[in-house]
Structure formats: C-alpha cells, structure tokens
Design a protein around this ligand. Structure first.
Ligand code: ATP
Ligand code: MG
Length: 179
C-alpha cells in the first residue's frame, strides 16, 4: 500500500512543474474531529477553475486531454476510500491549492508515511525552491522552513548530503515528539 507521503511528493511535483518558487505543505491531524487534512499550496502558474474541477476525474481527463497523469486522480481515490475528499482550486493572483481530507481513524486510510523523506527528496531535486512544511497534531505544531534552515547550514548547499541528513533528522525528531 502506498503511503500518503508519496502522494504528497507527487502533488508537490505538480507545483514544481507549474514553476512554483514557494511550496507549502500542511498536515493536520485532528483527533477531536477525526480528520486528517493535507494541503499543498504553491505560487506556480495556477490552474483555471474549469481545469481544477476536472483534474481529479480520470475518465474526463483521459477523454479530453493528451498529456494527463493520474497523480490527483489517485489521491482523490485514496480520499474517497477513507470517507474524505479532494479539492483543487486556484489561489487568486497566486497559484494553486490542493486540499485533501480523510477520516483519521478510517480503516482504509493510508498511513502518512515518511514525510521527512518526502521533504528531503523535494529539496534534493529543487534546492532553490522554498519549502515550508507545517505539521499539526491536535494542539502541537511544528514548522519547517528551508529559508530558516538555510541560515543554520553556514554556507553548505541545501542539497549537500550532510544538509539533507541534517534536515531529515530535524523533521523526524520534531514531528515524532508531537505524535
Ligand atoms: N499545482 C498545480 N499548478 C498548476 N497546474 C496543476 C497543478 N497540479 C495539477 N495541475 C494540472 O493538473 C494536471 C493533472 O495533474 P496530475 O498530477 O493528476 O497529472 P500529471 O501531473 O499531468 O501527471 P503525473 O502526475 O502522472 O506525472 C496537470 O497536468 C496540470 O495541468
Ligand atoms: Mg502530477
């Protein structure tokens, strides 16, 4: 079974392909309301409301467009299987927002998986893009921001192996202490 962190990697790649310079990933685990909410926001070229309403539908997209993938359709399927839903919408004058929810305790909800690995892979491939990762677990909150971390690297490249190892451990440690 594929973890949600791999879906998130796929959706964030859409942002990169759309020319985004800033990508924000928000994961909220809310046990009170039994909801897991994931948002990916970018400042890429954006998406028209018409396209946004249809990307999650593989039948529509395969029929009408040539170069379509299944990234959003697969996430939509994963959400529906766990009593949730996917929404893709334009951010006015800015970019694109993908919001997906799941029933947290649903037996068919995929596990979140290794988010630190996903963030590290995104940074490794796109060292000049600013990535912000917010993780909220009930009351607790952790924010990772490449712009902040860059200052702590003392000139080391963002995608240097030592930097990526440091980032992976940083995210793993901080998010583990919340859950
Ligand atoms: N963040 C985004 N900004 C702009 N357009 C987007 C964004 N995300 C998705 N799209 C549009 O929706 C389409 C479908 O996205 P989806 O991830 O489902 O498939 P894909 O990226 O085309 O292919 P694959 O993910 O399989 O490589 C994209 O081709 C793109 O036109
Ligand atoms: Mg894609």
């Amino acid at each position: 079974m594929e973890d949600l962190s791999l879906h998130i990697l796929d959706i964030a790649e859409n942002s990169i392909n759309a020319g985004a310079r800033n990508v924000e990933i928000v994961v909220q685990e809310d046990r009170t309301h039994d909801v897991l909410k994931i948002e990916i926001l970018d400042d890429g070229r954006g998406i028209s409301p018409e396209v946004a309403g249809k990307v999650a539908d593989p039948f529509f997209t395969t029929r009408t467009t040539r170069r379509v993938g299944l990234g959003l359709a697969l996430l939509d399927e994963a959400a529906k299987a766990a009593n949730g839903r996917l929404e893709v919408s334009p951010i006015p004058d800015s970019g694109t927002r993908v919001t997906v929810t799941f029933q947290l305790t649903n037996i068919d909800r995929k596990p979140l998986g290794d988010m630190a690995a996903t963030i590290v892979m995104l940074i490794a491939g796109n060292p000049d893009v600013r990535f912000i990762y917010r993780y909220e677990h009930d009351g607790g909150k952790y924010v990772f921001d490449t712009q902040e971390v860059r200052k702590r690297l003392h000139g080391l490249d963002m995608n240097a192996p030592e930097a990526l190892t440091f980032i992976r451990e940083l995210i793993t440690e901080h998010t583990a202490s919340l859950s």
